[in-house]
Design a binder for this molecule. Structure first.
Ligand code: F6R
Length: 606
């Protein structure tokens, strides 16, 4: 989604803004812009396209030590220079960048036009700039607060004013915003990655909070009544190197390759071999509390939802508690029944997905217990939940999520182990799972070392306009995530089915033109799976099988084998080749792998 950057301090603002916007591009964008307050007033430059197009449009000298910048993902109004942020008022005094959606923008625009204001864009944000400029308040802070009272919807806003070049005023309601604290310089951003090169000290705004940011510090206050809010900075643990490509061709490949190390880090200190369980102190739930839950309900979106399905299967098997996953985007709209003895789990890489954050609030509002599996420390969802498991995957830049998904699946395995061991999971079975978890990083390293075979299979699949991913029971979430990854970056129609469902309809589509990726773990369903694949082969369908060593899938054109784990954890390893299949297919098609069309990394609007 859109990205915000702001700078105030001793350096040339535009340089910091462009650098920050470049870091934010992965969130999705169609246009970008900056506004800088300099010795000769304000200067705004906007452009359609990427940040490098904006950079090319900048004048040679753009002095000024206070500025704001934005990368836009069109919501109100098509991508165009006129709709790009920053937006300004009629006198070009106030400049505003905004993430989120102002729901009553249409009414506000009608009202402004009735008052004779000439609107120059189709956006909701422009109304905000006019309202601030026309508020008549004595201070910029009051003008912003008064305007916020007129808005309904979601926003992260950064505002500068020619008459107050010594400050940036920011506000948050429902869209992420942080302040980066430097030495005699301050930063504003919608995402830590935009400031991490300059400072590791950040302050997270909460909904309903505003701040005045100057070169020497910040002052937080409530949007409601201007009351001062006490907040201090926390340290973020991301090194700028983690945001670099290094010698990898794409972030997606880098992130797939990082999984063995990142998983070692995630597991470190969390496995208790003596009691054959997982140490999850961050859940803030002791053994008695964990025993109290009769059900588990997992909420997430997209790939996080599929990982929730994988997690629910692990929890049911290992802890024998009924568990299921539901898209948070659906849950939030259906007046869900929230039960006191259900453990709700929100799962999110970014911790900023609006649908998931809203679902968390809905559970809390109805008195439910909700914990999180979140990657980004200090993110909105991480701060909303009562406890959780940080995924520690490190930054994920590629829009298509890979390593964060694997960490989610492993996070659920840890949760299933902990829930199981306070119930009926024996120490022998607990030990079996602990050992298997410890082996995962090295096993994943074996898989990521076999790109040639995967590349060959990927090329075969990339030629087809449409394909199936099939798996059953434990393997079905792997198939769903495999199809999701494939369609996201190769733009090929990929659909997942339970292998068992093929004969109930989808088999009609099987032909030499429609290949199938089959998830075939060596487990108690192996014979049935292989049997279903015969039916595909008999109809001329080509098969890429992802299976374990020693399994014979006679119908398969390509067989990709992954090391065997315990049956409950096999789906995690079987997923890794699907990440690589998607990558190599998109590579062979010459597509923009890290920034697929129409998608954004972090979906902070509805
Ligand atoms: C797929 C993908 C999306 C996200 C979804 C949720 O590769 O990245 O489907 O999984 O938008 O995002 P998070 O996990 O940040 O809540």
């Amino acid at each position: 989604m859109c990205g915000i950057v702001g700078y105030i301090g001793g350096q040339t603002a535009v340089d910091i803004l462009i650098d920050g916007l470049t870091q934010l591009e992965y969130r999705g964008y169609d246009s970008a812009g900056v506004a800088v307050l300099g010795p000769s007033g304000a200067r705004r430059v906007r452009s359609l396209g990427r940040v490098r197009d904006l950079e090319a449009a900048l004048p040679k000298r753009l002095a000024g030590k206070t500025g704001i910048g934005h990368t836009r993902w069109a919501t109100h109004g098509a991508p165009s220079e006129a709709n790009a942020h920053p937006h300004t008022d009629a006198t070009e005094r106030i400049f505003v960048v905004h993430n989120g959606i102002i729901d009553n923008a249409r009414d506000l625009r009608v009202e402004l036009e009735a008052d004779g204001v000439e609107l120059t864009s189709d956006t909701d944000t422009e109304a905000v700039a006019h309202l601030i400029a026309r508020s008549g308040a004595d201070t910029l802070e009051d003008a912003v607060r008064q305007t916020l009272h007129r808005l309904s919807g979601t926003y992260a806003l950064a505002v500068i004013d020619i008459e107050h070049p010594d400050r940036i005023v920011v506000a948050r309601n429902g869209s992420p915003l942080i302040i980066g604290v430097g030495d005699k310089e301050m930063f504003v951003a919608s995402d830590i990655s935009a400031v991490v090169r300059h400072t590791s000290q950040v302050v997270h705004l909460d909904d309903g909070e505003c701040a005045t940011v100057t070169a020497s510090g910040f002052r937080m206050f409530s949007a409601d009544d201007a009351r001062a809010v006490a907040k201090s900075a926390t340290t973020v643990d991301i090194s700028p190197d983690e945001l670099e490509l290094g010698n990898h061709s794409h972030f997606m490949l880098k992130e797939i390759a990082e999984q063995p190390q990142s998983l070692e880090r995630m597991l470190s200190g969390r496995l208790d071999e003596r009691f054959a369980t997982a140490r999850l102190d961050g859940l803030n739930l002791d053994a008695q509390a964990l025993r109290r839950f009769k059900r588990v309900k997992i909420l997430g979106c997209g790939s996080a939802y599929y990982m929730g399905q994988m997690g629910a299967a692990m929890i049911e098997e290992l802890a024998r508690i009924p568990a299921d996953a539901e898209p948070a985007s659906e849950f939030r709209y259906r007046n869900p029944i929230v039960e006191p003895d259900t453990l709700y789990v929100a799962v999110s890489q970014s911790g900023e997905t609006a649908d998931t954050a809203f679902a968390v609030q809905e559970v809390k509002r109805k008195g439910g217990t909700i914990v999180g599996l979140v990657n980004v420390v200090g993110s909105t969802i991480a701060r909303e939940v009562s406890g959780g498991i940080y995924l520690h995957a490190g930054p994920e830049v590629s829009v298509a999520s890979t390593k964060a998904n694997t960490h989610m699946a492993v996070g659920f395995a840890l949760m299933a182990l902990a829930l199981g061991r306070v119930r009926d999971l024996s120490i022998t079975d607990g030990t079996r799972i602990v050992k298997a978890l410890k082996a995962l990083p090295a096993q994943i390293a074996e898989i990521t070392a076999m790109p040639e075979e995967i590349d060959r299979a990927a090329k075969l699949l990339a030629e087809a306009p449409s394909l199936f991913f099939v798996g059953r029971v434990r393997g079905y979430p792997t198939a769903r995530e495999g199809a999701q990854k494939f369609k996201e970056i190769s733009y090929r129609h990929a659909e997942a089915y339970q292998t068992s469902e093929l004969k109930h309809g989808p088999l009609a589509l099987i032909s030499p033109e429609l290949p199938t990726v089959a998830i075939v773990p060596e487990d108690e369903l192996l014979d049935r799976n292989v049997g279903a694949l015969h039916e595909i082969g008999a109809r001329g369908g080509e098969i890429v099988a992802i299976t374990n060593p020693g399994v014979d899938v006679p119908e398969a054109k390509v067989v990709l084998t992954v090391p065997k784990s315990e049956p409950e954890l096999d789906p995690i390893l079987l997923m890794i080749p699907t990440q690589l299949l998607a990558y190599y297919a998109a590579l062979s098609l010459g597509l923009n792998i890290d920034r697929p069309r129409n998608l954004a990394k972090s979906v902070t609007v509805e």
